[in-house]
Ligand binder design. Sequence first.
Ligand SMILES: [Ca+2]
Ligand SMILES: [Ca+2]
Length: 97
Amino acid sequence: MNEIREAAKAYHANLSQDEKTEATKCFKSMDSDGDGKINLREFMGVVVSKEKSRFDYDVEGFFKELDKDEDGNLEFEDFLIFIYLSKYRTAFVLRWL
Ligand SMILES: [Ca+2]
Ligand SMILES: [Ca+2]
């Protein structure tokens, strides 16, 4: 996971301002209670409804992998990995899960 984390950070650093805004918007739309973090319930709500075809597996396990500090919430940094993986490494995600 550390290698992917680094890649996701580099990916985010290279995004245009518009794309960064888009990523932030996406994060905020998933954060339905607006506390600046995404908990498992919020994550599952979006992933299971919108990405059912691609994420029809262990969403909870995936969430735990993303949650580096294991506090039960995805911070924006964790969320970037999700964006990065879902955009560019879908095949990898499927294998990993
Ligand atoms: Ca939240
Ligand atoms: Ca966390």
